[in-house]
Design a protein around this ligand. Structure first.
Ligand code: NAD
Length: 454
């Protein structure tokens, strides 16, 4: 039996995906397939964890349409040969770089934004001229099913195929040889994927998570800071890889911050009925998050409904860096607040931990902002805002250290799925005798001069 990778490799080797026209047509088709099925896509995500049509557009489909439009507009430029200067030692010659697709790609998606995190990388892969095997997360059953249905009905499987399944299906796929693996998910599974990729020396992009801090450093516009921060935290009920995981607030500002945060949570009236809140994805995660809530530390929220899989937006205070909640990524609607005296002390604590996917700095003080951006390593982030950096596809999106390897969005996605082939092209009418025998001091001197090593 021909495996999916064999079928896709055979198709890739026909060179059809190398045509820019082909890629643009496939991207246009993908956009219309998504648009035609918007109702079904909305229904599926609602069934999985009560995500509203508004959120499905603003956090999933809208971002995908933006990516497709950008790729269609820029693909010719991204795929162009790029001329670069030729150095003296190679004169006369032309030097240029040819972006080429890597080949057969595997994309493994996470559940929390089930469309954006699986179709997003697929757009980049197609734009760069690859074939795609897409394995969405199995946890949101309905979104996985609808993706398989609409993609597999409309695309040739030897070009673009959705394979549904969980651990064993993914393990099966990982045994096959791919030319690129793009993974979004947890650090533990990221390691498994990286190991499997190493067997075939397959390049990877790993989009993982971590504990992203938010610094509140002055109160010059605290109402605005809190409004943006609460929205970012409780969007998708905190099940966002770049959600602020915990807050670091100066002691003198703590009470004002907490009062405003409680007021903002009340004002926003988070609920499924108001369509601004979602369910926790499953019982396992309900129990995991629930255990992080220590009643003595609750400032607001803290209650939950196991049956409906809802956890109230919860603020916790009097948290220390050694508390259990600081040991793992929260990935739910619980926000611990740590107050501090000296900024340097908390920067040191943050740096003792794994490099986070994001970091947010709320201040009007340029020196302090610069200090944090300069001293802490993290994937990407925002100043006086949170999460929204993901929506600008001119910015590369990805982690560093344990939060990820590589990045995507816009041209960075194209680059993630491309190899940049370098060519030196020489005419045959001239050849310098410099590198040929016999060698002497005079030639060495000229060689050094030509290499710019005077
Ligand atoms: P996960 O690692 O459990 O699952 C991700 C994918 O891996 C799924 O498709 C799943 O089927 C597959 N998988 C699970 N176990 C596997 C195994 N043993 N072998 C092979 N494949 C396996 O992650 P998740 O729960 O879906 O997502 C949550 C995590 O993902 C969080 O840590 C979050 O921060 C991170 N995340 C990161 C980003 C990002 O863009 N950086 C986005 C969303 C989520």
């Amino acid at each position: 039996m021909t495996t999916i990778t064999e079928a896709q490799r055979a198709f890739f080797n026909t060179n059809q995906t190398k045509s820019i026209e082909f890629r643009i047509n496939q991207l246009k088709k993908l956009k219309s397939v998504l648009q035609e099925n918007e109702q079904k896509l909305n229904k599926a995500i609602e069934e999985d964890f009560s995500k509203s049509a508004f959120d499905n557009y603003s956090c999933e489909l809208g971002l995908l349409y933006m990516e497709i439009d950008e790729a269609i507009k820029k693909i010719r430029k991204w795929a162009e040969f790029k001329r670069v200067r030729t150095n003296l030692v190679n004169f006369p010659a032309k030097s240029y770089i040819i972006p080429e697709p890597l080949g057969v790609s595997l994309i493994i998606g996470a559940w929390n934004y089930p469309y954006q995190l699986s179709v997003g990388p697929a757009i980049a892969a197609i734009a760069a001229g690859n074939t795609v095997v897409l394995k969405p997360s199995e946890l949101p059953v309905h979104t996985s099913k609808i993706l398989a249905e609409i993609i597999n009905r409309n695309f040739d499987p030897s070009f673009f195929k959705v394979v549904e399944g969980g651990v064993s299906e993914t393990e099966g796929l990982l045994k096959q040889r791919f030319d690129k693996i793009f993974f979004t998910g947890s650090v533990n599974v990221g390691r498994i994927v990286y190991e499997a990729a190493a067997k075939h020396l397959t390049p990877v992009t790993l989009e993982m998570g971590g504990k992203s801090p938010a610094f509140i450093l002055d109160d010059r516009n605290m109402e605005m800071y809190v409004k943006r921060l609460m929205w970012a935290k409780f969007l998708n009920a905190g099940q966002t890889c770049i959600a602020p995981d915990y807050v670091l607030v100066h002691q003198s500002l703590k009470q004002k911050f907490l009062d405003l945060a409680v007021a903002e949570i009340k004002r926003e009236k988070y609920s499924i009925e108001n369509q601004n809140y979602v369910q926790i994805i499953n019982e396992k995660n309900m129990n995991r998050i629930r255990k992080m809530i220590d009643g003595a530390q609750v400032v607001c929220g803290g209650s939950f409904d196991l049956q409906k899989r809802i956890i109230e937006p919860t603020l916790l205070e009097n948290i220390g860096f050694d508390d259990p909640i600081m040991k793992e990524e929260i990935f739910g609607p619980v926000l611990p607040v740590i107050s501090f005296n000296l900024l340097d002390d908390v920067i040191t604590e943050v740096k003792k931990r794994e490099k986070p996917l994001s970091c947010y700095v709320f201040t009007q003080n340029k020196r302090i902002k610069d200090k944090i951006l300069h001293e802490i390593s993290f994937g990407g982030g925002a100043v006086n805002d949170a999460v929204m950096h993901i929506s600008n596809n001119k910015l590369p999106f990805g982690g560093v250290g344990e939060s990820g390897i590589g990045s995507y969005h816009g041209e960075y996605g194209f680059k993630a799925f491309s190899h940049y082939k370098s060519i030196l092209e020489k005419p045959t009418w001239f050849e310098s005798g410099l590198k040929y025998f016999p060698h002497n001091a005079q030639k060495l001197k000229i060689m050094k001069w030509m290499l710019g090593l005077r």
